[in-house]
Structures are given as structure tokens and as C-alpha cells.
Design a protein around this ligand. Sequence first.
Ligand SMILES: *Cc1c(COP(=O)(O)O)cnc(C)c1O
Length: 406
Amino acid sequence: MKKIVLASQSPRRAEILKKAGYCFVSFPVFISEIPNENLSLDEQIIDIAKRKALACLDQCPDKNPGHIILASDTMVCLDNRAIGKPENEQDAFNTLKKISGKMHEVKTAIILLDQSNGHIISHIETSQVYFKNLDDKDIWDYIKTGEPMDKAGSYAIQGLGGKFVEKFVGDFNNVVGLPLTALEKLFVEKNWSFEKSPLSQIKAQLASGQNLLAVSKLQPLEKIRDLVNQGQKSFGENYIQEALEKIEALKDLNLEWHLIGPIQKNKVKYLKNNFAYLHAIDSVELAELVSKKASEIGYVQNIFIQVNLANEATKAGFDELSVQNSWSQLTALTNVKVVGLMTMPPLQNEAQENEIYFKKLKNLASQLNVKELSMGTSHDYQIALKEGATWIRIGTVLFGERQKVQ
Ligand SMILES: *Cc1c(COP(=O)(O)O)cnc(C)c1O
């Protein structure tokens, strides 16, 4: 397993690598980015990236032979001249004015420096971007947002600057600052495999129709934000109070929240329309109450019916027979929609022992004609996926150990 050392201070490059699931260390270097005019345009950009890689090799204290230094440089090119980052607002204005109404090229050089032998690979990726006609006011309004100031070509296609772009040809990530497709092709050619995050390792195991719910109960907000930066959108919480606080604190992120813990009847009034799904509906009375409260404020609540397949006395849920007997009552409720079944096999079981429960849940769901199966946690999700889970609920493997309940 190799690990990337990212020789860049660009948050965009870090974000692209993160979303693609790579674990990496950042080691920004500061070098003069003045192009060497004696070289061809492509060579100038490669040269800057190479100088960053070598500076990183020189300065990074960690000389791990498993490390691959990744350095890159992005230039916007018009009429075969490179345009770098703006020096000030007037410079940004001049650049945007120049590329307005025209096609320009975005070139990113990548350098991979293998720390085990000092070998260097280089690649340059070129994309074409077509800009709309901008008037001076559009340009100044944009400059006042501050976005152009640290960007090659004085705009960010993934940000507010996207509205200036008529169309582009090539890898979108290249225009943002890192040509991911080309990069991964180089990795394959070199037969290098890299350390990946738990999130991307789990996602790689999902078939179509299978979803990952990140169980964030008793986990701090910054760890949730970190997973969001890696591309995760659906989060599960157990306790209503804690869930509502997190939903409020993270409302700018547009996340989908699921409530997976048991719900006390006196707490139903707090649910409102905060949760896309409730996973642990364990009685007809609770379903009725949820439906009643949902009808009062006018929405339909998606629910899973929790089935206690091992008939554990300590665990909530319908047993197999009672879920069948109650089904017509549950599905007749106007303001809940029963989407599927959920189960939580005995905690002490070995993962493989849970296979029979997952099979049972699937059979039961198919008899009752519902599609969704919420089953599998950190310890047995691989078996649950094999048995057709549509939602696996994963906490510890994604986040690490939980804080203790006070
Ligand atoms: C806590 C919890 C999970 C996640 O458990 P991990 O072992 O951390 O993956 C899943 N489902 C329910 C109902 C939970 O309460």
C-alpha cells in the first residue's frame, strides 16, 4: 500500500482526493511560481509542478519509501500564454475581461515522485472552457465575492464562477485543479495501490440499490463534516434530542437524516418533518401516533418496521407473527409510508451467525411486498449486503469508537 503526500496548499485538490477516497498527508510547499519562459507552454507548467515536488522531497521530514509525492500546477491559457493567479483585484478584472466570450484552455500538470527510488512521472492534462460574454458589472460583482483571488485564471468553475461557463470539454476535476481520471490511470499503469478511507472501502462494496447510512450517534460534529467532505449525505442518529441539535448545527449541508433508535411515545411530537426515515417503529400504537402527528402538520413519514427475529426479551420490535398480523393496520395509516423492514440481530453473535436473520428478514419483506431492508452494522454488514440489505447502518468502522453516554 502506498500513500500520497500532497505537495499543495489548494483546498480544491485536497477535496478532490478526499472525495475519491484517498488517505493522504498534506505538505504544502512555497516556491516561486514564475514560469521559465525559455520552455514551451506545457513544459513551463510541468516545470513548476516539478519544482514543487522536489521542494516537498527536500523539506518533508518523513522519508517514507511508500510515499508518492503528488505535485501539480494549473494554468489558464489564452492564445498560448499562461495566466496564473491574480495579483490583485484589477489583475483579476483584466484576466476575466480577456477570457470573456472566448474559449480558453485549462492545463494542469501532475508530477508523481516515487520516494522509494526518486523516479518522476509527469503528465499534462488540457481541457477547453468556453466563457459567456461578461459585462464589467458581472465581473466586478464576482471579484467582490473574493472567490477569484487565489484561482488560476481568476475564477472557480466549481464555485460562483460556474455561472460564467458556457460549456467545457474534458475532465471537470482538471478545471478545478486536479485531473483525477488521468491521475488514476497513472496509478494503474504503475500498478500502485493506495490506502483508501473506510468510507470509500465500504462504498466500493455496495451494489446498485444498496445504501450506506453513516451512524453518527455520540460522534462529534467535526467528524460528521469530515465524512460530508468525503461525499457522504445520509446520517443516522439514535436519540431525538441529540439528532435535532445536530440537524440544526449542520443545516447548511443539506443532509438526509434517519432516526434509527427506539422512539418513546412522548417524544413523537418532536419528530416533525426532520427525518427522511424512522427505522425503529416497534408497535402499531407508535406507528399510529407518528401518523397522527404527521397529519397534523401535513407530511408523510417514511418508516421501517423493526422486527425482533431472535425473540430477544430485551429488544424492541415485532416478532414475525405479529408483524404479519399487524400489517394491514400499519399499511392503512394515512400519514406513514411503510417502506420496509429493519432488524438488529443479537449483539453477541458472530457475524456469520446473523446470516439466517438477514435471510429471514428478506423473506418476510418479500411476503409483505416491501423493498427496503435496513440491516447490517459495522460488524456484519458484509453478510447483510450479500443477503440484499438496501440500507446498512455503519457507525464504528466509519467514525471510530463513540463517546460514552453520560
Ligand atoms: C449504533 C447503532 C448502529 C451502528 O453500530 P456500529 O457497530 O457502530 O456500526 C446501527 N444500528 C443501530 C440500530 C444502532 O443503534
